[in-house]
Design a protein around this ligand. Structure first.
Ligand SMILES: COc1cc(-c2ccc3ncc(-c4cccc([C@@H](O)NCCN(C)C)c4)n3n2)ccc1O
Length: 284
């Protein structure tokens, strides 16, 4: 489907709008059905900022998100089907996933087995590799933005590209953005962001999948920021008594303050916790 052209005709001429399934910044996500094909989608209705107001998203931000989504095509990244531009909203028609948020899946269990956690993290890494190979940083990786494809809960999709950016070598990109407990030290310190910023967040997600606890979360946002910049985390004995040293090594290679020394997505995909040694043929 051509997503370079924003359709101007009424969205309701082609889609039956269903229930709200979620909401985000200036946006609501609704299940929708294409009337002619009966195909179901997730439609993200983004309210446009009007005049000098502060409500709604700036069109330049909406176009940035659309341009990012148009550049990606990967089994572990949500796909964009088409775009409608109306007077009050821009509507992104997206692939629908029905397995719920990874956040909910974790919340229903204290922690995951290492095999399950490694399998989820491998898919997240494969999706993030696709983004990084296309010069895109996500900048808001967290369990709430990782959806399970279906009730079988084995495949994941990265969603919510509202903070994602095409990164260029020239551009020195700095911003105070993201969700406190998942942001890297360079975000807290307003230093240049890079692909490594996403890798730190993957370390936080891995820690949570294995323990059910958030490594840097403090009682206040300031305390969380301090814990991040001071690398104030530990592998609590009770939470990690059954976790392998290999899994801890994987996390420690991501909780590195210097972004240049932090493990890249390729380093992680080649780490033995993710890519076990080839099974040796058993000798009869
Ligand atoms: C591309 O950007 C987005 C996609 C989606 C998306 C795409 C497909 C899709 N299928 C099902 C859902 C879904 C189902 C339940 C809740 C949500 C969502 O509102 N909660 C997750 C994201 N949240 C933390 C902003 C989303 N989605 N959500 C949600 C927010 C986005 O910013």
């Amino acid at each position: 489907m051509d997503t370079t052209v924003f359709k101007l005709e009424p969205f309701e001429d082609h889609y039956d709008v269903g229930d709200d399934i979620g909401s985000g910044h200036f946006a609501v996500v609704r299940k929708c059905t294409h009337r002619e094909t009966q195909q179901t989608f997730a439609a993200k209705f983004i309210r446009k900022r009007r005049g000098g107001g502060r409500k709604g998203a700036k069109m330049e931000e909406i176009v940035k998100e659309i341009n990012v989504l148009r550049c990606v095509s990967h089994p572990n990244v949500i796909s964009l089907h088409e775009v409608y531009d109306t007077k009050l909203e821009v509507i992104l028609v997206l692939e629908l996933v029905s397995g719920g948020e990874l956040f909910e899946y974790i919340s229903e269990r204290e922690a995951l087995s290492e095999e399950e956690a490694s399998a989820f993290i491998k898919q997240i890494l494969e999706g993030v590799k696709h983004l990084h190979d296309n010069s895109i940083v996500h900048l808001d990786l967290k369990p709430e933005n990782i959806m399970l494809l279906d009730q079988n809960c084995t495949s994941i999709k990265l969603i919510d590209f509202g903070l994602a950016r095409k990164i260029s070598d020239r551009e020195d990109m700095r911003a105070m953005m993201g969700t406190a407990e998942f942001i890297a030290p360079e975000v807290v310190s307003y230093e240049p962001l890079s692909f490594a910023t996403d890798m730190w967040s993957i370390g936080v997600i891995t820690y949570i999948l294995l323990s059910g606890s958030s490594p840097f979360l403090g009682d206040t946002q300031q305390e969380t920021y301090h814990n991040i910049t001071a690398l104030n985390f530990s592998f609590d004995h009770d939470l990690f008594k059954n976790t392998s040293d290999l899994a801890k090594d994987f996390i420690e290679r991501l909780f590195v303050k210097n972004p240049r020394k932090r493990a890249s997505v390729d380093d992680c995909l080649n780490h033995p916790w993710i890519k076990p040694k080839e099974r040796r043929e058993t000798i009869a």
